[in-house]
Design a protein around this ligand. Structure first.
Ligand code: NAD
Length: 270
């Protein structure tokens, strides 16, 4: 086996990647890092303006990227995004299933509509985007990397005042097991499937939830308790997660598949 230098391991020149929900937060951080490594990045989002802003920033730093409006929960959009990526960049090497939603609701108030929406984006879409990507990677015969953004809630729910937002840990637990099952099935095609499990990370989405939780009467002290429990004494930043996704998408992780990598500042062991 040829030993590659560290620079070669992280050089993604000539590769192309899809990042779902790349308009802000963790997805934006991932798009920035993949582009910095040389990959051409198809940035998807339901918010096209947000995706376009990510792309402008990548281009401003000399990278290559394109924005596309696509719903991470839509099977038709999965096919559309893969086709657009191959048409634009000539190939597809990396898929990052990042888009996810986490609306606030106690279990007794969850409607069927709300359950379906969360599960469609957080779990069903992860499968159908992976399927569309894998079909292309297998057709091209070069394998690829799929990285799913799960959550530490795939391993343990994090209730706030007894409210666990049930569909969220349920969907992320599904992503963790989907990651392992696909890793097993697609290993013969050299499609490596891994996931990251972020802890609480400061993003626009989390800021929205924090505002909603505060509005429901939970004290600031209660919210702050969560960050105080993190052994590294701070909440995550999008780039904390993006660096680990970069590693999993790189040749440095060529012997990893089916793993769920926890990135939480030590929260789960505290
Ligand atoms: N922030 C955290 O604390 C945290 C912790 C663990 C896991 N995660 C996971 O990380 C991922 C990103 O979270 P974030 O905090 O950056 O979120 P965010 O809300 O800050 O950003 C999400 C982005 O995805 C887009 N998006 C939402 N629904 C979409 C859809 N149906 N199709 C396409 N794009 C869509 C939004 O427009 C936005 O640009 C999610 O899967 C989330 O579950 C986040």
């Amino acid at each position: 086996m040829t030993i590659q230098t560290i620079a070669q391991l992280f050089d993604m020149t000539g590769k192309s990647a899809i990042v779902t929900g790349g308009g802000m937060g963790i997805g934006q951080g991932i798009a920035f890092r993949l582009a910095e490594a040389g990959a051409k990045v198809m940035t998807t989002d339901i918010d096209l303006d947000a995706a376009s802003q990510t792309v402008e920033q990548i281009k401003g730093r000399g990278g290559e990227a394109q924005a596309i409006r696509a719903d991470a929960g839509s099977t038709a959009d999965a096919t559309k995004v893969v086709q657009a990526t191959v048409e634009t960049f000539g190939r597809l090497d990396i898929l990052v299933n990042n888009a996810g939603i986490f609306p606030v609701s106690p279990a007794l108030q969850v409607s069927e509509e709300m359950w379906d929406k969360v599960l469609d984006v957080n779990l069903k879409g992860v499968f159908f985007y992976s399927q569309a990507a894998a079909r292309e990677m297998i057709k091209a015969g070069h394998g690829g990397k799929i990285v799913n953004v799960a959550s530490i809630e795939a391993l343990h729910p994090m209730p706030v005042r007894g409210v666990a937002y049930v569909y969220y840990p349920a969907s992320k637990g599904g992503v963790a097991m989907l990651t392992k099952a696909l890793a097993l099935e697609w290993a013969p095609h050299n499609i490596l499937v891994n996931a990251v499990a972020p802890g609480l990370t400061m993003t626009p989405g989390v800021q929205r939830v924090a505002a909603a939780v505060l509005a429901s009467g939970v004290s600031v002290e209660k919210l702050v308790e969560t960050s105080d429990r993190v052994p590294l004494r701070r909440l995550g930043e999008p780039d904390d997660i993006a660096k680990v996704v970069l590693f999993l998408a790189s040749a440095a992780a060529d012997y990893m598949t089916g793993s769920l990598v926890v990135v939480d500042g030590g929260y789960l062991v505290s």
